[in-house]
Ligand binder design. Structure first.
Ligand SMILES: Cc1ncc(COP(=O)(O)O)c(C=O)c1O
Length: 471
């Protein structure tokens, strides 16, 4: 079991003091750190006495905060092992009963496209053709691998089915690649901000991460990319070149070419997560797959385009690497479910129509969210988002964690900016999905406006104020 020192926890808690009651503010911040995965479940928290000394508060304050976290099932204490972080089985519902139905904006997802039901019916009819096989196929159904390969070829990257393996979603693909391509302690370049579960997968595989900035205005920081690769020769670079999650940026062609050639010279394997690749929202043509510009492993999924509930993703790489990945797959799972593969193979036949529907809904959602935020929260900076499912909004103040806590009290679950970064970065940002219905988006913006008013009424000292207090 890992233990968090009082000093490390105090760093994570920077600026925790709210104008409210101290123990409740402390409990709220620790709860958010656990909810956001920044204090992993199973981590032992520091002893009350040590944390109190580190934070300069009375021990009673910490005791009361820990008791509150125990009451909401975010901590459990056993004799001899102290107070250990955990997540309750279900998100806590407001005890006052004010918001029995929490709206969950922590995920950028959409309901299934209507065609899934019909595709499932057709797939069920086809099922007897595979029932005679074992069903344990780590490569994936030939029919689906052919359909995926054809789609790459159509998009400008000639591909054969033996360059494709089907996975249980893109997340599975990322974790499998990380544990196959990297050794423990290797460096992995990531974008900053990045997709949090990819970061989790890289860290689980033992990566030491090298963050490189991506912003809504400037895109990828070319100088930082160059320095990170030249100085550290990372074993792997995990990138989302198309409609990057959370910023929505797309990497220009020249930068792709330059980056892949630099990475190749330094032995860095680039993994391009193209989960959002075909979700451009301004009528722009989708860029060709990253591997058109040089050597890269590609990850894809129908999670955002068709439905996350199908759990179908894939990897496109050269044949030898696919074989290596298949060999290392068995330690985690033994293949992808058959019926879902048949469903996706069917849907890929008319994929352009699927994409057109998705893009139209997302475009509407993006414009609606921008309009609502402009009216209700004019002080926030809402960038134009060219694609994907999320808007990376600049709050102008480093209060994202507090805002997320206050939003929860208004019935909205949303991930604070630091969930997308390392070491507590992005307190000035929040990721707001625009993939939800008009009614849900309006409710979410109402909740954010109320939460913002609360946070602004009780401003928290910034690190600069703290410094001023000690000199
Ligand atoms: C960039 C990115 N990659 C991968 C995933 C996971 O995809 P899947 O549902 O196919 O596992 C997501 C889902 O949010 C994502 O945003």
């Amino acid at each position: 079991m890992s233990t968090l020192s009082a000093r490390a926890l105090a760093t994570l808690l920077a600026g925790w003091r709210d104008a409210g009651v101290a123990y409740a503010a402390l409990a709220d911040r620790i709860r958010l750190l656990i909810l956001d995965g920044r204090i992993p479940t199973g981590t032992r928290l520091p002893a009350e006495r040590e944390l109190a000394a580190q934070l300069g508060v009375s021990r009673t304050t910490v005791t009361a905060a820990y008791a509150e976290l125990r009451a909401t099932s975010h901590l459990h204490s056993t004799r001899g092992s102290g107070s250990v972080a955990q997540l309750p089985l279900r998100p806590p519902v407001s005890i006052e009963g004010g918001h029995p139905d929490l709206l969950d904006f922590s995920k950028a997802t959409m309901p299934a496209i209507p065609q899934v039901a019909e595709a499932a019916r057709v797939a069920a009819e086809q099922l007897p053709t595979v029932l005679g096989e074992s069903g344990f196929d780590p490569y994936g159904l030939t029919e689906l691998r052919e359909a995926i390969a054809d789609r790459y070829t159509l998009r400008g990257l000639p591909t054969t089915p033996d360059q494709v393996m089907v996975t249980i979603g893109a997340q599975h693909a990322i974790a499998l690649i990380a544990r196959t391509v990297m050794g423990r302690g290797d460096r992995a370049l990531i974008e900053h901000p990045t997709y949090p579960h990819a970061l989790d997968a890289l860290r689980t595989a033992g990566a030491r991460v090298l963050p490189v900035s991506v912003t809504t205005d400037e895109g990828w920081d070319a100088l930082a990319l160059e320095q990170a690769i030249q100085r550290s020769s990372p074993a792997l670079g995990y990138l989302m070149p198309d409609n990057h999650n959370p910023t929505g940026r797309t990497m220009p062609d020249e930068q792709r070419e330059w980056l892949l050639s630099l990475a190749a010279r330094h032995g860095t394997t680039i993994v391009a997560d193209e989960t959002m690749a075909e979700l451009g929202l301004d009528g722009q043509p989708s860029p060709p797959p990253m591997a058109v510009h040089g050597s890269a492993i590609l990850v894809g999924s129908v999670g955002k385009t068709v439905w996350g509930g199908l759990r179908i993703g894939w990897i496109r790489a050269d044949r030898t690497l696919i074989q290596r990945l298949v060999r290392s797959r068995a330690s985690g799972d033994l293949g992808t479910p058959m019926l879902e593969q048949l469903i996706v193979a069917h849907l890929l036949r008319d994929f352009d129509a699927v994409l057109a529907q998705r893009r139209a809904l997302l475009r509407e959602g993006r414009d609606r969210l921008a309009r609502l935020l402009h009216d209700r929260l004019p002080e926030w900076r809402v960038p134009h988002t060219g694609g994907g499912l999320t808007s990376w909004v600049n709050l102008g103040e480093p209060v994202s964690s507090q805002l997320a806590i206050a939003a929860r009290n208004e019935g909205l679950v949303i991930a604070a900016g630091p969930r997308f970064g390392v070491d507590g970065a992005f307190e000035r940002f929040i990721r707001i999905p625009f993939s939800y219905s008009a009614e849900e988006t309006e409710r979410a913006v109402d909740a954010l406006a109320a939460a913002w008013a609360h946070v602004m009424r009780y401003p928290v000292p910034t690190p600069a104020d703290d410094l001023a207090a000690v000199v």
